[in-house]
Design a protein around this ligand. Structure first.
Ligand code: 5GP
Length: 192
C-alpha cells in the first residue's frame, strides 16, 4: 500500500462570498476524505458556534502565549484585536487520520500556507460575482453590528486585489456550479 501523502486545501474569499458554504459542502463529500482545520481565535463565539468544532476559542492572552511558543503554522490579526491562526497540532491531527486538510482561512493566511507547503497546497480563492451583491449578503448576516459589516466590506476590496496570487479562482455566481467546480479541482489535486 502506498504511503498516505496529505494535501492541504485553503479556501479564502472576501467575507460573504460563500466560502463557508462551499467548504461545508466539500466536507460532506466522503470520497474527498477531507478534515476541517479548526482554527484558534480570540474572537467571541457567534450564534450557534461550538468550541472545538467551529473554532478553538481562547483569550487574547492565551493566543499570544501560543504565538510565543511557536505553536502556529500561520496566524493573523484578521480584524482589529481579533486573532486567528492554524495550530501545528491541527494539521498533524488531520494528517494522522489519513485525511487531507481543508481550511476556511483569510486571504493572507491562505497564501502563507501555500508558501510553507508549496507542493502539497492548493490555494483556492472564491470570488463573489460583484461587490454590491457581497454587501447585500453581508448585511443579511444580522449577527453583527453595522460597524463590523463596514469593516468587512472595506477589507473585501483589498482581498479582491490578491486573487491573482491563488492557484485557482472559483466564481460564485451560481452556487451549484461553484460547488461542482470546487469538487472537481479538489479531486484533481488529490490525484496529483
Ligand atoms: P469569522 O470571524 O467570520 O469566522 O472569520 C473571519 C475571517 O478569518 C475569515 O476570512 C476566516 O476564513 C478567517 N480565518 C479563520 N481561521 C483562520 C486562521 O486560522 N488563519 C487565518 N489567517 N484566518 C482565519
Amino acid at each position: 500500500m502506498s504511503e498516505f501523502k496529505g494535501k492541504l486545501f485553503t479556501f479564502s474569499a472576501p467575507s460573504g462570498a460563500g466560502k463557508t458554504t462551499i467548504v461545508r459542502h466539500l466536507l460532506r463529500q466522503e470520497k474527498l476524505n477531507l478534515g476541517f482545520s479548526i482554527s484558534a481565535t480570540s474572537r467571541a463565539p457567534r450564534g450557534e458556534e461550538v468550541d472545538g468544532v467551529d473554532y478553538y476559542f481562547m483569550t487574547k492572552e492565551d493566543f499570544i502565549n501560543k504565538v510565543k511558543k511557536d505553536a502556529f503554522v500561520e496566524w493573523e490579526e484578521v480584524y482589529h484585536n481579533n486573532f486567528y491562526g492554524t495550530l501545528k497540532t491541527e494539521v498533524e491531527r488531520i494528517w494522522s487520520q489519513k485525511k487531507h486538510v481543508i481550511f476556511d482561512i483569510d486571504v493572507v493566511g491562505g497564501l502563507r500556507i501555500k508558501k510553507k507547503f508549496p507542493q502539497r497546497t492548493l490555494a483556492v480563492f472564491i470570488k463573489p460575482p460583484d461587490i454590491n451583491e457581497l454587501i447585500r449578503r453581508l448585511k443579511k448576516r444580522a449577527t453583527e453590528s453595522e460597524e463590523k459589516v463596514k469593516m468587512r466590506v472595506a477589507k473585501a476590496s483589498v482581498e479582491m486585489a490578491l486573487a491573482p496570487q491563488f492557484d485557482t479562482i472559483i466564481l460564485n455566481d451560481d452556487l451549484q456550479k461553484a460547488l461542482k467546480e470546487t469538487e472537481q479541482v479538489v479531486e484533481n489535486f488529490i490525484k496529483k
